[in-house]
Design a protein around this ligand. Structure first.
Ligand SMILES: Cc1cc2nc3c(=O)[nH]c(=O)nc-3n(C[C@H](O)[C@H](O)[C@H](O)COP(=O)(O)O)c2cc1C
Length: 206
């Protein structure tokens, strides 16, 4: 059945739930804009044992992403916990499988954004966001962070950067998404949705 509306793919990896909590808030921001949906997907973990294969449907949480989820999306919000200042391997593993989308130009002129979670405040939020930006630029996507008109950027005591929203989970991963982080995630989702609708029109006249 064809989709009722265009949709934005909210694609994340999360081991302990912090990045997933941000993904849900970004999706809420997307669906606050009329005429566009959010499709939340995740990626399976990667294993040091090459033979290990996960079941196609995860036991809990979002469904695993397919290339078609990405191909037909009108925009992308990409989320990963920080792994030594970089995106997590399972997300990179999926991105490395997107060559056919790159060859066909399927993502050109579609908007994208990124989000992350760390255990420590200066533990690499910005570098992780930038690590996710790099493959998106190669795909020809139009990257959108957060403008400083979002005043929570100047008030936050935890996460939140102009490169995209972030979350400080703490060393025990028990710090919930706070008010500023939540506000920024929702604003980022809504902005991405507005951009997706505008760029859909632009692509029609290409
Ligand atoms: C292998 C590994 C590397 C990590 N590297 C960092 C890091 O560089 N900086 C940091 O602050 N946290 C680091 N962390 C902590 C996670 O980024 C943090 O707990 C995050 O909130 C987890 O998100 P999740 O709940 O979505 O899995 C690392 C965790 C692991 C397992």
């Amino acid at each position: 059945m064809p989709d009722r509306f265009p949709y934005i793919l909210v694609l994340y990896y999360s081991r302990q739930g912090a990045t997933r909590a941000l993904a849900e808030r970004i999706a809420a921001g997307i669906t606050s804009v009329a005429g566009i949906d959010a499709r939340i997907r995740t990626v399976p973990p990667v294993s040091p044992t090459c033979e290990a294969v996960d079941p196609e449907i995860p036991e809990e949480g979002a469904v695993y992403v397919s290339l078609d989820d990405l191909r037909h999306a009108s925009g992308l919000a990409l989320g990963s916990p920080t792994r030594f200042g970089n995106m997590a391997a399972p997300l990179k593993h999926f991105l490395d499988s997107t060559t056919e989308l790159w060859l066909s130009g399927a993502l050109i002129d579609k908007p994208a954004t990124a989000f992350t979670s760390t255990s420590s405040l200066h533990g690499g939020q910005e570098t992780t966001l930038i690590s996710m930006l790099l493959p998106l630029l190669h795909h020809g996507m139009v990257y959108a962070g957060l403008p400083y008109s979002e005043t929570a950027l100047t008030r936050t005591q935890g996460g939140g950067t102009p490169y995209g929203v972030s979350h400080l989970a703490g060393t025990r991963s028990d710090r919930p998404v706070d008010a500023e982080e939540s506000e920024l995630a929702t604003a980022q989702g809504a902005r991405l949705a507005r951009l997706a609708l505008a760029l859909e029109k632009m692509r029609e006249i290409r």
